[in-house]
Design a protein around this ligand. Structure first.
Ligand code: M6R
Length: 603
């Protein structure tokens, strides 16, 4: 996702901005740019691709700033959402006398743009961001008050946005706001120096105190200080870059579990209004002639695919089959043109999934990839791509990839239902209301994390784990089991709860640990009977549910909610935390488990 940096001070700004952008490379991007304002003059550079391209361009231009004179600069790495990754679409965006960088999505940009065009503003990019700078200049032209113009601007914006704006009308000043996307402001090591960044990695070593802004915080920064609209907390910056990238968490996996509530917001923004799901990246005719959806994937992405199959059939009323990509490749599958072929992949490079996609292309099927990495082999191969916008996932054990994939696939099931007009509009609106509550379901409460940590010490031995669930909670059980085995190296299986009595129940004894997913809103009584059967045969039961369950040896209570999808995401977080805490207690390398690679690009 996009990254932002900003600088006010007397040091050479180009290097500070470029170094800062390099620290944000991990967020993923496809173009970059900076704008610097000194001696009442702007300089602006943009380049597609890696930051070295931008660096080269600046070097060739012989651009330099006057030493020891105040300057102000902003920089940006762009991960394309509206408009292709081109120089024109790269940030910073210029109005007539101001530049802006933005991370997030302005949902109402079309209305704002139309209105500004009528008022005579000329737009050059396809981005949503460009409206911000025009809106600012529109308000500034009215009463020549830059602070008021910035406030008026942000009041008009809907969506998620962190913004830095610089303008000739107020030299040595950065106007900023944080709303939905991350933004930190810091005091530099030298006096009269202020810095901004999307995470603290670019600030380490060049700033001392930092304020991680909360949503809704905005203000004006000048060399002698920052004025905010509200109180903020300043803290001392960490001193090591490695720990900074982890934002204070012990492991990338832990950081990524905690990040899920934010990244799923990114996944959704711009893709729905109150009543409709909007996928600009798809074609309204995508389902024409289609009678079946076939999904291929591996590992965690396969579990997201299985979850989706319940939703495609239940919500969109389309037949859906899911296959493990490595199996699909060699089974000589029947591929008929009425199949929409979907691949799901975090990396977009998994060899088996990519081969399956190529087979579908060769058979002239319509293809769609749900992927986290733009410009990956899969996004380049498929006819359509939906990006999950999870940002870079560093932990080998996938976490936020799964939650964002599941959100996209749920939205896709609604989008298909909408295209086929086979569920009432108000049902779609109801689902959209629930989707909006999912970030909250993914929020990690301290008490929940502590509960998982304490319980983990009782689950370090035994002869195996069964994670059980019914319906869409069965793929979730598979995912819980995969997480545990990947990082704890303990044997774990995911199983459909109703299937235990057809064989695996023979294993039941106190050393068989059953992790039971017991949602209130989906077949509670059925799963309860299945767990009772295991309990009667002395299996140790750890139940996860919003409803008390006396037979459980251990019990993790999740919030009571209105819908099973809220319960799904709440339980997902519990499973991820539980595995991580078991792994930590066993002394394993949580982020780089033995024998595993992040991206499996070989067969
Ligand atoms: O990049 P992909 O989603 O295609 O990767 C698929 C699997 O290799 C991946 O999900 C793997 O199972 C992870 N280690 C799961 O945590």
């Amino acid at each position: 996702m996009c990254g932002i940096v900003g600088y006010i001070g007397e040091q050479e700004p180009t290097k500070i901005l470029l170094d800062g952008l390099k620290e944000l490379e991990y967020r993923g991007y496809d173009s970059a740019g900076i704008a610097i304002f000194q001696n009442r003059k702007f300089a602006n550079f943009k380049a597609i691709g890696k930051i070295v391209n931008l660096e080269e361009k600046i070097k060739k231009s012989n651009f330099s700033t006057d030493a020891n004179k105040p300057s102000v600069g902003i920089g940006h790495t762009r991960w394309a959402t509206h408009g292709k990754p081109t120089e024109l679409n790269a940030h910073p965006h210029l109005g007539q006398y101001s530049y802006v960088v933005h991370n997030g999505i302005i949902e109402n940009y079309k209305e704002l743009k139309e209105d500004l065009i009528k008022k005579g503003h000329k737009f050059v990019s396809q981005t949503d961001t460009e409206v911000i700078v025009h809106l600012f200049e529109y308000f500034f032209n009215k009463d020549k008050n830059a602070t008021k113009a910035f406030k008026d601007t942000i009041e008009k914006l809907k969506g998620a946005y962190s913004i830095l704006l610089i303008t000739q009308s107020e030299p040595n000043t950065i106007f900023f706001i944080k709303h939905g996307s991350p933004l930190a402001v810091a005091k530099g090591l030298n006096s009269e120096e202020i810095l901004f960044a999307s995470s603290d990695a670019p600030l380490i070593g060049i700033a001392k105190d930092v304020a991680y802004l909360e949503d809704g915080v905005y203000g004006v920064a000048k060399p002698d200080g920052v004025v905010f609209n509200t109180d903020v907390n300043w803290t001392t910056l960490p001193s090591s870059k490695q720990s900074a990238q982890k934002d204070g968490f012990r492991y990338f996996m832990e950081k990524e579990i905690y990040e899920q509530k934010d990244v799923v917001t990114d996944t959704m923004i711009g893709r729905m209004d109150d009543e409709h799901i909007i996928f600009d990246e798809l074609d309204d005719k995508i389902l024409d002639g289609i009678n079946e959806i076939k999904i291929c994937a591996c590992g965690t992405s396969y579990h997201a695919a299985l979850s989706a199959s319940y939703l495609f059939e239940r919500v969109a009323k389309i037949r859906c089959n899911v296959e493990i990509a490595s199996e699909f490749r060699y089974k000589q599958p029947l591929l008929t043109k009425d199949i929409l072929f979907v691949v799901i992949s975090q990396s977009g490079e998994t060899a088996d999934t990519l081969e399956a996609l190529k087979m579908a292309k060769k058979a002239s099927l319509k293809t769609l990839t749900v992927c986290n990495v733009d410009n990956s082999s899969m996004t380049r191969t498929a006819d359509f791509t939906i990006l999950t916008r999870a940002g870079i996932e560093k932990g080998v054990a996938s976490t936020k990839a799964f939650s964002t994939q599941t959100v996209v696939l749920w939205m896709l099931s609604l989008y298909f239902a909408q295209l086929k007009k086979n569920i009432p509009q108000k049902e779609i609106a109801k689902n959209i209301d629930i989707l909006r509550t999912i970030p909250n379901s993914l929020k990690v409460e301290d008490s929940l994390h502590e509960k998982c940590r304490r319980l983990s010490k009782r689950y370090l031995h035994g002869h195996g784990f069964f994670f059980i669930g019914r319906d869409i909670f069965f793929p979730l059980a598979l995912e819980g089991a995969l997480k545990l085995k990947e990082i704890s190296y303990l044997h774990a299986e995911g199983y459909p709860a109703g299937e235990m009595k057809h064989g695996p129940i023979a294993l039941a004894d106190p050393e068989l640990f059953t992790i039971a997913l017991m949602p209130e809103h989906l077949y509670y009584d059925k799963i309860k009977s299945n767990v009772e059967e295991l309990s009667a045969r002395d299996s140790t039961i750890c139940a996860i549910s919003p409803l008390d369950f006396e037979l459980a040896d251990d019990f993790i209570k999740v919030e009571k909610t209105k819908h099973y999808m809220n319960e799904f995401f709440e339980m997902l977080v519990v499973l991820q935390l539980f595995s991580m805490e078991v792994s930590i207690r066993l002394g394993n390398d949580v982020d780089m488990p033995r024998n595993l690679a992040k991206s499996v690009t070989v067969e």
